[in-house]
Design a protein around this ligand. Structure first.
Ligand code: BTN
Length: 264
């Protein structure tokens, strides 16, 4: 199979927007749209995504039929591939790194200082899956966005993110954006769809369980407060709430619950 193209921009509004357009024009599975800077990068829930030079900002075109209910697997599979690849990249430089995942789409690095909302982790990147051709039964195409802080922005992350964000550079990994793209691009292009299939997805879940920044912690998510106690076979998060009920969460922002305001 011919390698899918990489389309590069110095600056663009959002690689997600560009990838969606290229998808509509027939670009093949695996096409990567990469920009050095984005002027209107976006994250989940329509949040703005800061995209200064020094980060890897990419969107990948995904084509392939998947039952609609399994679409969330793509985000989880991408997260597992990303953290494993980052560890391998670090190992190839003689460094030990163990990246983690805050369910469902945040890429995390360990941090020596506990944060009330994140514990011993800080966010190094995030994933954004947008189903483009998705109906009630089938996902036929999507755009997977990945943003990763490779270098610390020259003027820092800013007051809003300073306590929650980190970069590979902050973790001591001296790599440039192109090296990270060279490491991450091919596994996503070649393995993402396969990883969402039944048996490989069980391995994805094992990876996420072993590297979870969420499981075993007291969390708040979608109005539920309790202990995140399992990642279910379909990728959903199970939280045992304070009333002893098992709540199944399929999407949402997970934060550590503040022990000062929530009962133990
Ligand atoms: C998140 O909210 O954590 C997901 C962030 C995804 C950001 C990436 S950067 C490349 C791509 N283009 C965008 O506009 N967003 C995604």
């Amino acid at each position: 199979m011919a390698e899918a193209p990489i389309v590069r921009f110095d600056e663009i509004d959002s690689t997600q927007r560009e990838a969606r357009e290229r998808l509509a024009q027939g670009a093949p599975h695996g096409t990567l749209v990469v920009a050095r800077r984005q002027s209107a990068g976006r994250g989940r829930l329509s949040r703005a995504w800061r995209s200064d030079e020094g980060g890897l900002w990419l969107s990948m075109i995904v084509r392939g039929a998947l039952p609609a209910a399994q679409a969330p697997r793509l985000t989880l599979a991408a997260a597992a591939l990303a953290v494993e690849t980052l560890d391998e990249l670090a190992a190839s430089r003689g460094q030990a790194l163990r990246a983690g995942v805050k369910w469902p789409n945040d890429l995390m690095l360990p941090h020596p200082i506990e944060s009330p909302r994140l514990g011993p982790w800080r966010k190094v990147g995030g994933l954004l899956l947008e189903g483009v051709d998705l109906d009630a039964t089938t996902l036929k195409s999507a755009v997977l966005g990945l943003g990763l802080n490779v270098r610390r922005p020259a003027d820092g992350f800013g007051p809003q993110l300073e306590d929650s964000a980190t970069s590979l550079q902050d973790a001591g990994l001296d790599v440039n954006v192109d090296e990270v793209l060279d490491a991450l691009g091919p596994p996503l292009q070649r393995r993402l769809l396969h990883a969402a299939e039944e048996a490989p997805f069980a391995e994805v879940l094992d990876t996420l369980r072993a590297r979870s920044a969420t499981l075993g912690r007291r969390v708040t998510v979608e109005g539920v407060v309790g202990r995140a106690d399992a990642l279910l076979p379909d990728g959903a998060l199970r939280v045992l709430d304070d009333h002893g009920n098992a709540q199944v969460i399929r999407a949402g922002d997970v934060w550590l619950a503040d022990p000062a305001t929530t009962p133990p």
